[in-house]
Write a new protein. Sequence first.
Lengths: 122, 108
Amino acid sequence: EVQVVASGGGLVQPGRSLRLSCTASGFIFGDYGLSWFRQAPGKGLEWIGFIRSEAYGATTEYAASVRGRFIMSRDDSKSIAYLQINSLKNEDTATYYCSRVVGISVVAGDHWGQGTLVAVSS
Amino acid sequence: QPVLTQPPSASGTPGQTVTISCSGSSSNIGSNTVNWYQQLPGTAPKLLIFSNNQRPSGVPDRFSGSKSGTSASLAISGLRPEDEADYYCAAWDDRLNGVFGGGTKLTV
């Protein structure tokens, strides 16, 4: 069974950093690109970024709203991807999801998991 | 403001067919594929349609997607009470990267 689970969220003060993890199982992790998404409380979905497989250099794409503060990486030996969030802002408060990507669109994530809540507040 | 435009709400009765629209522009839907998600209350989104009209394994064929020009549609036939959820369209935008619609709340 394919599973992709985001973890590492919590209550964080503005300006601090946080690293989220995305742990996968049930498929060959290294064969897939991964996207991160988020959803603010009561709001719609937002794409944050995409990290390609190692076969494509594990290169990344970021949404303009997070570029420069968010950093994605992956460790295929552990089937884990990471999202480093720096200089946290109140507007980063959201549930964060990761998903493997299918098809040709980086916003086509076929397994999201339950997400991890990041709350930014002083 | 979401880049893709969806109606905020839609409704139907059991057994009916409901269609949800998603309008974009030449830089997103007009030149890239469209994907659709279903989000039941309190749960993570579920991919219903990718690459305009492809269903992931396990998604019933009551759900279908189409695209024409800079617009796309999700059709749900044989509507069931359990289809009551929020539905989102998503696409790649050549200028802005990944973009979503604001979501459509379907009431059955």
